[in-house]
Design a protein around this ligand. Structure first.
Ligand code: ZN
Length: 72
C-alpha cells in the first residue's frame, strides 16, 4: 500500500508537492516558489497565482520596496 495520493506532482517542474493537510495546500507553496509555472496556472488558474504573489509580496514588503524602489 502506498500513499501516493498525499503527493501532488507538478509535471511542468517535475517536483513532488507534499500535501500536509487542508491548512497547508501544496499549490500555494509551489506558486510562491515557481510563480512562472505553467502547470500551477493551469490547475489553479492565473488568478490564484497572482493572489499568492500578492500575499508573498506583503510578507516581503521591505525587500520589495528596496528592490522595486516603491514610493508610498
Ligand atoms: Zn510547477
Amino acid at each position: 500500500m502506498s500513499r501516493l495520493q498525499d503527493i501532488v506532482r507538478c509535471f511542468a517542474c517535475n517536483v513532488g508537492l507534499k500535501n500536509r493537510g487542508p491548512d497547508d495546500p501544496p499549490w500555494i507553496k509551489h506558486a510562491q516558489s515557481f510563480p512562472q509555472c505553467q502547470y500551477v496556472r493551469h490547475v489553479k488558474s492565473e488568478e490564484f497565482t497572482n493572489l499568492v504573489q500578492m500575499m508573498t509580496d506583503q510578507s516581503d514588503e521591505e525587500v520589495s520596496h528596496h528592490v522595486l524602489g516603491c514610493e508610498y
